[in-house]
Design a protein around this ligand. Sequence first.
Ligand SMILES: *Cc1c(COP(=O)(O)O)cnc(C)c1O
Length: 431
Amino acid sequence: MHYYSLSNPNETTNFAQAVVNGIAPDRGLYFPSEIPRLPASFFDKIEEMDVHEMALTAIQAFVGDEIPKEELERIVKTTLDFEFPVVAVEDQIGSLELFHGPTLAFKDVGARFMAQCLGYFNKQNSTQKVTVLVATSGDTGGAVANGFFGVEGIEVVILYPKGKVSKVQEQQLTTLGQNITALEVDGVFDDCQDMVKTAFLDSEITNQRTLTSANSINVARWLPQMLYYFLAYRQLKHKNKPLVVAVPSGNFGNICAGMIAQQMGLPIDHFVAATNVNDAVPAYLESGNYQAVKTTPTISNAMDVGDPSNFVRIQKIYGNDFENLSQHLSGYRFTDEETRTAMQHIHTSSGYVADPHGAVGYLGLKKYLENHPDKYGIFLETAHPVKFLTTVEETLGTKVELPQRIQDLLEKEKQSTPISNYEDLKRFLLA
Ligand SMILES: *Cc1c(COP(=O)(O)O)cnc(C)c1O
């Protein structure tokens, strides 16, 4: 399978190089040269198929023979070793729970898959250790740390802002050890991000270490998210109703992966992009003009993105045709107040506890179903409510029980190295 840069179709490469590079040399996002269609027989029997076999077939279409089948099978099994249940919330509405992975948020699947692919490619043709350098505002760091933990030949260095991440998030970053190092930065997230960017351009460092990033535009983090939609469909096929999927969206990688699944033939009737007040995409769907917005902090903070990177991929999928896109995608924005009201409503009417991100998805779905009562809808529940414990407990006025895994995590010993400026980071990386 070939991948090309969305900034220049002549800039092409293979899957391995797209994974190692992350972004094309001209700064464009990589996109597959074709989206293969799976045969009708695949969908006829999907509910009987073994989960790993189904996932392997879907993902192999984008990896080709660059990873041998047995190895890819091992990667798929390692990536998908937990449940993805659809839980009924209302007659017409289910919650697709994507938070049963090790760090309790949906980013686990992409991070694990990418870590395993990078580990494989590195083993094939490199004697040099690769250093994954990432800045995190909270969720990404935990998923990356966990996904890369123990992967041979790869060292991970995570920068996080001191005192600005939740206790659970900090423990997820700082208690693993081995090939994972956490640098606790005396500053805010943007300082961490700036230092990482500077390091990538610093030849004294790059001459000595192979640096790579693990952010969500990497095809190996983006594409495996398509599997959620296959996993949902096989559970809901028996309903025999057009399936609507509402995705709480920030950088739009998750929903975009769902659209790839649809292009492969997966019967998804319609997508709903649900955002908080950072509403560049819903605004585009209303006006036809795309404009980045200035980021506003909200209670669904993993979606506080003013200029979603993956939107160019979405436009590409629908042939850069506004009418075509509008037929497949609706977009709605919601305020924090509406989100809290929805969390309370879901809880009192069905007993279900949704996190703020899932609640935004629920709101988008409800709005769409108002005018499409014959369809069945799911919203993606992208994080476990304990990841946003304070907001959830405050909003619902109840205590949320901590899963055993989290209680154990909180008891582990924190190990981090404090740094305060770029020179500190450089010294660390050159040591
Ligand atoms: C990252 C994240 C999102 C947004 O996903 P995108 O793929 O960036 O649109 C939504 N919810 C949670 C909990 C997240 O961590």
